[in-house]
Structure formats: C-alpha cells, structure tokens
Design a protein around this ligand. Structure first.
Ligand SMILES: Cc1cc2nc3c(=O)[nH]c(=O)nc-3n(C[C@H](O)[C@H](O)[C@H](O)COP(=O)(O)OP(=O)(O)OC[C@H]3O[C@@H](n4cnc5c(N)ncnc54)[C@H](O)[C@@H]3O)c2cc1C
Length: 303
C-alpha cells in the first residue's frame, strides 16, 4: 500500500455516508431480509451457495441479542420458504457473548433448533482474540449437547491455531479457515503477510489430518492454489468448499464453480451496513482512491 493509499484509507470514516453506500453496495445484499433473499437467489442461479450474515451493531442489552437471534430464525424460515441453498453465519458478540456466556449459548441453541428443522447449518464466526476461547468453548458445548449442524472458524494469523486444531480433533469439526481480520498484538498473532500465509497452509494440512470438513475462506490467489493442490481431488468433493465475500473476486469464484468446486458466498444484510462497508473498503485501497476522487467531486458539486 502506498503512503497515499494509507492516508486515503484512514480518511474513509469522514467520507459522507451516501458516498460510502454507493461504493459499498457490491459488498452488502441490502438493508432487508428480502434483499438478502434476492441476493442468494441470484447466487444460487449461477451455482454458488451462500451463507447469510445479519449485520448487528454493538450489543449492550439482552433484548438486542435476542432480537438478533430472532432475525436469524427469520432467515432460516425465509431460506426454507424460498427454496434457497444457503446456511447462516453468526457472531457470538451479536448474540450477547459480551453480556453473558449463557445468554449467547441460549441464543445459539434457539438458532440451531430452527436450522435443524430443515437440516440446515450454522457457522459461528470468529471475532477478536478476547473471544477466541469462549467461542471454541461454545462450539464444544453445543456439540456436547448433540448439535451436529454447527461449525466454527479458525484464524491463521493466531499463533494458537495449530493447538486449537489438535484440541478439536475428537469432534471431527467443520471449520472455516481464514487469515483473520482483527488487529492483534504481535505476541499472539503473526503480522507478516508471508508468515500468515505459511500458517494458513500448515493449518489446512492439520485440518486435513484430523478429517475436518474444510471451508477455505480466502481471496488470496496463492492460497487458493495451495488449497487446490491439497484438498480438491474429485473424491474429496464432499469434504471441502471455497468461501468468498459478496462483491470480492466474483470472476474467480465463478471459475471455481465452473471447475466443479463447491463455493459459498458470504452475504451480509441489515440496517447496520455502515461499519461493515468501511471495513471492506479499507481492505481495498484502489477503491479508497476512487472514493476520495468521488468525494472531492461531490464537494465541488459534480456528483
Ligand atoms: C467467507 C469469509 C468469511 C470470513 N469470516 C471471518 C471470520 O469469521 N473471522 C475473521 O477474523 N475473518 C473472517 N474473514 C476475513 C478473513 O480473515 C480475511 O481478513 C479476508 O478474507 C482477507 O484475507 P484474504 O485471505 O482474502 O487475503 P488478502 O491478502 O487480504 O486478499 C487477497 C486479495 O483479494 C482481493 N481482496 C480482498 N479483499 C478485498 C476487497 N474488500 N475488495 C476487493 N478486493 C479484495 C485483493 O485482490 C487482495 O489482494 C472471512 C473471509 C471470508 C472470505
């Protein structure tokens, strides 16, 4: 990233909301469940699977966490009603993890029961390192309570990840492997780009060794290549899938589908689209430049 790119990325929060909305439309299905349904239908139409994420803001009250859980139950009802090929991804803090572990587990159970009615599946997203142990514990508790339709996420940038894989071995887990998106201290996380890639490959191999179902979540071409070499043999089609975000590397996703690989797209929707959009745009410096030019144009009355 050049210095100019970095400066533009830092300036994004002062960009007017309508401009952010304009440029982030590709990353978000929309504000409503109907928008998510349309987005998933379009993806299914071209052979892509989906996982729906209800965007929530910071949860400070129990009722808010229960409302998000209810929104997920509505998502599963809509998936069934509309005959869509999609599961859902949930964030533990949106379900109340910061308020209480028990509240979060109860909310997760309610969602899992709803998903179970139609043999559907819930992935628990992984958030920052303050929540890693609790999130892994939640996953183990839910499996212990007999839920098979639940999966977890591991982050390749965390130094603990290989140990976590070993401790999950008995559960034959369903794991989404990603690089990790939060800013973490060097003492617990690799910061160097190549070190994260190398640990991703080590984790991929370790997950194969324990016969985990693998959801390979990355847009990194080098990692996609590494994964294809390791997991993508025809006899393994039921043991892995690729995952990408809505609006990112869509052409590559289409190619993977054409080559016969299962591919799932992460489809966020909800009223609280703004923070999510900023994070996606901050990952995309080229876009930051375009936005900066559009903002200047707007200020000068040209848009
Ligand atoms: C389906 C899915 C689920 C995820 N779930 C989690 C989770 O639960 N917890 C977590 O911590 N992280 C999660 N992540 C985020 C992940 O950890 C990474 O931060 C993110 O995917 C970027 O890493 P990358 O592997 O794509 O590689 P990068 O090196 O960041 O990206 C590789 C290339 O992809 C392209 N690209 C990436 N992002 C964009 C963008 N916004 N716009 C345009 N092009 C882009 C660029 O060409 C870039 O060079 C998830 C990612 C995906 C795809």
């Amino acid at each position: 990233m050049t210095l100019l790119d970095k400066t533009l990325v830092r300036l994004l929060p002062v960009v007017p909301k309508p401009v952010v909305q304009l440029f982030s439309a590709r990353y978000i299905a929309g504000a409503t469940l109907d928008d998510a349904v349309e987005s998933v239908r379009a993806l299914n139409g071209v052979g892509k699977l989906a996982t729906v994420d209800v965007l929530g803001e910071e949860i400070t009250r129990e009722e808010e966490a229960r409302a998000i859980a209810q929104a997920y139950c509505d998502v599963f009802a809509a998936i069934e009603r509309e005959g869509l090929d999609s599961n859902a991804s949930v964030k533990p803090t949106a379900l109340g993890l910061d308020l209480s572990y028990e509240l979060c587990r109860e909310n997760l159970e309610a969602i899992l029961h709803e998903a179970e009615k139609n043999a559907n599946f819930v992935r628990i997203d992984m958030e920052d390192s303050a929540t890693t142990s609790d999130t892994l514990q939640l996953y183990a508790d839910l499996r212990d309570r007999g839920f098979e339709n639940v999966g977890i996420v591991l982050q390749a940038y965390l130094r603990r990840t290989l140990d976590d894989i070993r401790s999950l071995a008995d559960l034959k887990p369903n794991v989404r492997l990603c690089k990790g998106i939060y800013v973490e201290p060097h003492s617990i996380a690799f910061a160097d780009y190549d070190a994260v890639r190398a640990n991703y490959v080590r984790a991929l191999e370790a997950l194969q060794e324990i016969n985990a179902y693998l959801a390979i979540a990355t847009h990194d071409e080098w990692l996609i290549g590494q994964a294809l070499e390791r997991v993508a043999a025809p006899d393994r089609r039921r043991t892995y899938e690729f995952q990408m975000r809505l609006g990112v590397r869509e052409q590559r996703a289409t190619e993977l589908v054409r080559e016969g690989h299962p591919l799932r797209v992460y489809v966020p929707f909800g009223e609280h689209w703004y923070q999510y959009s900023l994070r996606r745009l901050q990952e995309n410096p080229a876009m930051a430049g375009t936005i900066a030019r559009a903002t200047v144009g707007r200020m000068l009355g040209r848009t």
